[in-house]
Design a protein around this ligand. Structure first.
Ligand SMILES: Nc1ncnc2c1ncn2[C@@H]1O[C@H](COP(=O)(O)OP(=O)(O)OP(=O)(O)O)[C@@H](O)[C@H]1O
Ligand SMILES: [Mg+2]
Length: 387
């Protein structure tokens, strides 16, 4: 057969194309995804070891001794800021205890007496839940009295309850006719009258950056493919999360997702920065959705004042700006006291900060700080405009 030069050139090209395609296929097959098991970064993922919480774990075990010996009733307060391992440490210890009856009340969901009773009945393996609250109470009592095991009631994340529900829940639990330990876990120990209840308190302090790094390393072995994390990724996450393991783990997961969305196979510290901005934005927008209209209006007044070029955001001026906005939008003008409550609300959600009072300024006035990047500030301004 006669082979023309054009055909030879064409077949060379085809050959090259086939080789390149095969190379691409092989390269893709050899490459791994960023995540090997993303679930290891989910909040519910159990940790194999209690990293840096041995002291708190020991304190909790020794506080639980009288309960295990079934001798006396007591309240243990497990307190500390968000993401300091309170739930993880308490749950790890409770699940390792043998021969005790544990009633778990996750207050994020079980935040009323009724819901708490449903959670208690679930913990007592009751399959049919009665409709009447009084009937539920009777069933709980019957079950508890029938059991001879030492009783531990764990009120998880107690700050999610209202003041009234908290009081009702506690008085119901304290009246249970059995020696019992009530563990109250909360970020805000101030919601509990520690003296009146004679609580023992176990405090969880924020982790140091090094401790957060250790926690992240343990998780990342399970969650990421080998070599997927560039040097300094973990230390950047630790620095940005300020002692909060929950935040650090979320940040690491989001950084991985940011890199993945860019079709990359390695996470860099830059992805962590982008993830932090993304998380801050979604946190703030979520918080704005929860704010009452008057709090949004106060926030809008602060931003309006800032945009007008004021260097110092003083509460007196903010109140004036707020009054004007109320008139424009047809809102009821709150008294100074009501206005202050909404300022406190914004402070509690971390949307604003309080600056130190300059020497000689009147004690009623305070200076407010607001520290958002310009794009986010513009977005918050627009969202609060629709209060
Ligand atoms: N010492 C630790 N070792 C391993 N993982 C940890 C440790 N501390 C916290 N974590 C992880 O960080 C996340 C948050 O921890 P945890 O829920 O226990 O915090 P918390 O103090 O109860 O927070 P909150 O105030 O929101 O209830 C969980 O995913 C947990 O597994
Ligand atoms: Mg918790």
């Amino acid at each position: 057969m006669l082979i023309t030069p054009t055909f030879i050139i064409l077949s060379n090209h085809l050959c090259f194309l086939v080789i390149t395609m095969a190379y691409e296929e092989i390269r893709k097959a050899l490459e791994t995804d960023i995540f090997s098991n993303k679930k290891a970064l989910y909040p519910s993922h159990p940790s194999n070891t209690l990293i840096n919480r041995k002291k708190e774990a020991k304190a909790l075990i020794s506080s639980l001794k009288p309960t295990i010996e079934n001798t006396k009733s007591q309240i243990i307060l497990v307190s500390g800021p968000e993401g300091t391992g309170k739930t993880m440490t308490t749950t790890t210890i409770l699940t390792r205890l043998k021969g005790v009856q544990i009633l778990n009340i996750p207050c994020q969901i079980a935040n009323t007496i009724r819901r708490a009773l449903v959670a208690m009945l679930h913990s007592l393996n009751e399959s049919i839940i009665p409709y009447e609250t009084e009937e539920m109470k009777k069933r709980v009592l019957r079950k508890i009295e029938a059991s001879k095991r030492p009783l531990i009631i764990y009120l998880q994340d107690f700050e999610w309850t209202t003041k009234r529900d908290r009081a009702n829940m506690l008085s119901m639990l304290l009246l249970l006719p059995r020696p019992k330990t009530i563990i109250i876990e909360t970020r805000h120990p101030g919601i509990i009258d520690r003296k009146a209840l004679e609580c023992q308190e176990i405090r969880f302090l924020p982790y140091t950056d090094q401790e957060i790094e250790q926690i992240l390393k343990e998780r990342s072995f399970e969650a990421f493919s080998p070599g997927a994390l560039q040097k300094n990724v973990i230390s950047t996450c630790a620095k940005l999360s300020r002692g909060n393991a929950k935040k650090a783990i979320k940040l690491l997961k989001t950084a991985g997702e940011v890199a993945e969305a860019q079709n990359l196979r390695r996470v860099t510290p830059n992805h962590v920065q982008l993830a932090a901005e993304q998380l801050q934005k979604s946190e703030i927008l979520e918080t704005l959705d929860k704010l009452p209209p008057q709090s949004k209006l106060v926030l809008h007044a602060i931003l309006t004042l800032k945009r007008s070029g004021r260097n110092r955001l003083v509460t007196n001026n903010i109140y004036e700006s707020y009054q004007k906005l109320c008139e424009e939008k047809g809102f009821r003008i709150l008294t100074r006291r009501g206005f202050n409550n909404h300022l406190a609300n914004l402070l509690q959600f971390g949307l604003i900060t309080l600056k130190p009072r300059p020497k000689g300024s009147p004690s009623r006035t305070r200076t407010i700080g607001i520290d958002l990047d310009p794009k986010l500030e513009e977005l918050v301004y627009q969202r609060t405009q629709q209060a």
